[in-house]
Design a protein around this ligand. Structure first.
Ligand code: NAP
Length: 231
């Protein structure tokens, strides 16, 4: 079974569509969805609500389990000192804490660690400070560190789950719409993102999902950090 978060649109929706087309069973988690398929079930949860994430009841079937922590927010695109109301807590809750709570909840139920795959959807912004994206960059850097540390901890215990933090590239989703809509005053790099759209340089959600699922079919090489642009 695949457990996928943030499936209402964008990359998450494309991932679930392709998994269902391939005959896989999917449990979606998020605020909404528009799937109707016998192999699909859904748990409603707003990841801003930490208690709701903790309270999720996830029953695992026998067999391989893949958790894809995809849901994410960019947050307010503005320099920290210009933000009227700082949204660090919300960005960290959705992008870091919810994925870790889900990992903890799911992995502790898994009977055979070698049958478990973790995919945390990261970003190139984890390794590059981008002015006006402080919370987002910090959240993805934290997610990368948590992912790698989890991998190393399990190796110490001689458990061998497959563990990935995957940067999907620049993907043509609502998140990019939000990025391109930022003002030049607030976001110095906005023109680069507008240019990428004009020159058709973004991955479609379907292409990014396909590259990611192709990667997951390969034997795990031990490389936790993956960038779909180099695949
Ligand atoms: P998107 O189109 O904005 O979709 C984000 C998804 O996350 C939606 O399904 C959304 O559901 C869900 N989500 C947001 N806030 C939530 C909350 N409070 N509770 C539950 N679900 C919530 O973004 P995307 O581009 O597909 O992003 C998917 C992942 O890729 C994210 O982790 C993002 O950081 C990462 N990423 C994207 C790009 C890119 O260029 N697009 C680049 C690098 C990394 P609702 O409809 O309920 O809001």
């Amino acid at each position: 079974m695949y457990i996928v978060t943030g499936i209402s649109r964008g990359l998450g929706k494309a991932i679930v569509s392709q998994l269902l087309e391939a005959g896989e069973t999917v449990l979606g988690i998020g605020r909404s969805h528009d799937f109707s398929h016998p192999n699909f079930s859904f748990l409603s949860c707003d990841f801003r609500n930490n208690e709701a994430v903790h309270n999720l009841k996830i029953d695992l079937p026998e067999g391989p389990i893949t958790l894809i922590n995809n849901a994410g927010v960019i947050g307010t695109i503005q320099r920290i000192s210009d933000q009227k109301s700082l949204d660090t807590q919300e960005v960290m809750q959705v992008n870091v804490i919810a994925p870790m709570v889900l990992l903890h909840k799911v992995y502790r139920q898994v009977s055979d660690p070698s049958n478990f795959t973790l995919v945390n959807i990261s970003s190139g912004a984890a390794n590059r400070a981008i002015p006006s994206w402080a919370n987002y960059c910090a959240s993805k850097a934290a997610l990368n560190m948590l992912t790698e540390t989890f991998y190393l901890e399990e190796k110490e215990k001689e458990n061998y789950p497959k563990v990935y933090a995957i940067a999907p590239g620049v993907v043509d989703t609502d998140m990019q719409v939000q990025i391109r809509a930022a003002s030049e005053t607030d976001f110095s790099s906005v023109e680069n993102f507008r240019e990428m759209k004009l020159t058709n340089s973004l991955y479609s959600p379907d292409l990014a999902a396909n590259k990611m699922l192709t990667l997951l079919k390969q034997p795990f090489s031990g490389l936790v950090f993956q960038d779909l642009r180099s695949i």
